[in-house]
Design a protein around this ligand. Sequence first.
Ligand SMILES: NC(=O)c1ccc[n+]([C@@H]2O[C@H](COP(=O)([O-])OP(=O)(O)OC[C@H]3O[C@@H](n4cnc5c(N)ncnc54)[C@H](O)[C@@H]3O)[C@@H](O)[C@H]2O)c1
Ligand SMILES: O=C(O)CC[C@@H](O)C(=O)O
Length: 527
Amino acid sequence: MYRVLICDPLSEEGIRPLLDAEDVEAVMNPSMSYEELLKEVSSAHAILVRSQTQVTREVIEHAKELKVIGRAGVGVDNIDLDAATENGVVVVNAPDGNTISTAEHTMAMLMSLARNIPQAYHQLQNKRWERKKFVGVELKNKTLGIVGFGRIGKEVAQRAKGHRMNVVAFDPFLTKEKADKSGVSHGSLQEVLQQADFLTVHTPLIEETKHLIDREAIQLMKPGARILNCARGGIIEEDALYEAIKSGKIAGAALDVFEEEPATEHKLLTLPEVIATPHLGASTIEAQENVATDVSYDVMELLRGGTVKHPVNMPSVSPETMEKISPYFQLSERLGAFLSRVVEGALERVNVYYSGDLLDMDTMPLTRIAVKGILQRHIGDRVNDVNAFKTASDKGIIINEHKSTSTKGFTNLVTIEIETDEEKRSVAGTLLNGLGARIVQLDQYSIDVIPEGHLVVIHHRDQPGAIGRVGNLLADHHVNIATMQVGRTILGGDAVMILTIDKEVEAVCKDALSQVAEINKVQCLTL
Ligand SMILES: NC(=O)c1ccc[n+]([C@@H]2O[C@H](COP(=O)([O-])OP(=O)(O)OC[C@H]3O[C@@H](n4cnc5c(N)ncnc54)[C@H](O)[C@@H]3O)[C@@H](O)[C@H]2O)c1
Ligand SMILES: O=C(O)CC[C@@H](O)C(=O)O
């Protein structure tokens, strides 16, 4: 008998097959406190949640029988994925079921924002017949800027076009060609910010999107523009939004999500220009039924040893293959992560080449892990080695694996090449016996870099003094250099400098480096 805890309110209709299953004992408590959860979880085989319940490391470590955590929805930011993976607990989600509801909610917020509907209704409730105060704006011919053109972003675009809005979108995976196919304009983040009368964000909340819309970004927007967030609190910097509305730069905002939820006392809610809902994007009968059905199907499949449709963290390599290739896992993932952070433009194609000792091995799992490393920059923990290929193909990215006889003198070599709509870049790495992973080539430059920690990649002209100026500038900003590698092909030509440093480089230091005469480009990343 499998003991399944249902911790958040889930559609009973959707989970009916699970409730009726003879091999399941369901414990339903939609408002389970954290303390109750810690107690109940000790004998549970599965937990089902929405976004409310925090499945922390402590919860997972208390759950000695736990096999699976089911998230009825998309975002898995309320689940400690590392702890789940470390403890062999599979996390499954339901990424498709609430797309339409959330897109429709965004449109409802867009229209309410344009026409001040919540504010006017509130006045009427207070017996005030105000008409002058609530003059709105039309949507027709206005520009909707969409940041994050995934499932929900695309659905919002279609609906906005129905209102005869101009739609301009930015997504790291959106090429001009794909944008044309969807009937929207393609822009950089800066262009989207500059053109939008209404800006809506539909990205996950990951390191790269945290405060993506900050003071600087808002500064680029048109005076009187309006902002919507029906994705995740934290993508828009709340203090910056508050100040921008107070100053009149931004005319209003519609928020379904907040950095900390529940958010009943939030200062943004004191502004009459702000309309808000308590994280209701997915709260429709249909969406709740869809996500509950999808997630309970996967949970039951997993408990009974079947195949799941939406794994978030499940390892997928057989023990035999694992033994041979596991030493290369970290190398492949780090090479992918490194290259994805230095390449510019929207990803179109990934080629992975294996040579030397890797020629005779089943390297597909390594390619999957490399692709995961590449996609994680923009997708976060929702991409894993199980769904990496599917995620790439959903985004129209072509993945190819090749075996090559060119080892460049190394006993094993993994080379990843990325083509975007702007450039083609490559990185190669090897596993040195007893010394671990090394990056040995970036594009045409030979180097020797450990792919971990904080890195600074500088493209510069090979001229006397360039290295010294970088060292001095980093010292001025109290950044200690651990290692430095310089690669060049001809004396006095283009060169690359890769530094490993002891702490993250702040924006002001990066700007100062970019201004050094010999330097063309500075990229800072953490692996
Ligand atoms: N309000 C709600 O109740 C509710 C309901 C469902 C989903 N959501 C949230 O909505 C968001 C989008 O969900 P989805 O199903 O469309 O996800 P998705 O994965 O289909 O799309 C997200 C898109 O964001 C893009 N992206 C990543 N980093 C970016 C960046 N720096 N700039 C621009 N784009 C970037 C990705 O490439 C991807 O295409 C998620 O945060 C999800 O948790 C909220
Ligand atoms: O459970 C909910 O209602 C929110 C779900 C939503 O935020 C998601 O990420 O799927």
